[in-house]
Design a protein. Structure first.
Length: 257
């Protein structure tokens, strides 16, 4: 097994099809040592996990931990970027119930301010459709990423530049400085080989995740593997490659010896 943990998985509580237990069972079947349940954040318009049912997610994770002690099960969220100033859809009071925080850009989220739709979300949607790019929009996107990474203890930046055009080199510098992993996503890559080569040279740490929406895809990293081999990403820079990563938020909570 190349990776020891899959830290980006979804269940039926957001955009997935399986239960927490089914994801865990598949992770055990694939020989993983760790898995994170990271349903979509509270303010996604279509695929969010609802706050009203999140207690059920917590309960299912706790039950799975008791039933399957052979694997470490994290409870997290794939949070959304929701504002130009780096806001994400988590409150400070949410953090104690989470073991880790994944964060990424998604369309169709409830933003903090109406102006953000016109400055960020609508321009990005327009550029995604027209396959065009604007330096002004790119700079705004980059600033949003940088502020989010600085303001919040984000453990994993999910699918960087998916649906958004930002300066991933500047984003990578922030990730390296603050200890946030840049994700190699099992569903696709949104960074160029040249960008990845630069990030490698900077010493950025990556993490390979499935982004599984079905239990059978847990641990599926064939696309990240193809990127790793093609670009030549050293295995030492893959945080979950035959080792277990140490997450920024958990370091801050002093949960490692």
């Amino acid at each position: 097994m190349a990776i020891w943990g899959d830290y980006h998985t979804h269940t039926r509580y957001s955009h997935g099809t399986g239960t927490v237990e089914q994801n865990v069972q598949e992770a055990i079947k694939k020989g993983l040592k760790e898995i994170a349940i990271t349903d979509h954040g509270f303010r996604h318009v279509m695929f969010n996990v609802r706050r009203s049912v999140f207690d059920k997610v917590i309960k299912e994770v706790e039950e799975a931990r008791k039933k399957y002690p052979q694997i470490n099960i994290y409870l997290g969220l794939e949070t959304n970027l929701v504002s130009r100033n780096g806001g994400i859809d988590l409150m400070e009071s949410d953090l104690p119930m989470l073991d880790m925080v994944v964060c990424g850009y998604h369309k169709l989220v409830k933003s903090d301010f109406f102006a953000d739709y016109w400055k960020i979300f609508i321009p990005n949607m327009f550029e995604s459709i027209t396959k065009t790019s604007s330096l002004r929009v790119k700079n705004r996107n980059t600033d949003m990423y940088l502020r989010a990474i600085e303001r919040h203890d984000i453990d994993i930046l999910s699918h960087p530049n998916n649906g958004i055009n930002a300066d991933v080199i500047e984003v990578g510098k922030a990730c390296k400085y603050y200890g946030t992993y840049m994700e190699l996503n099992g569903k696709g890559n949104y960074m160029t080989d040249k960008e990845l080569e630069t990030l490698i040279g900077m010493g950025v740490q990556f993490i390979a995740d499935s982004d599984a929406h079905e239990p059978e895809r847990i641990g599926e990293i064939s696309k990240p593997l193809e990127i790793i081999e093609r670009v030549g990403i050293p295995y030492e820079q893959i945080a979950n490659w035959e080792k277990l990563p140490k997450f920024r938020s958990r370091i801050k909570k002093k949960l490692y010896e």
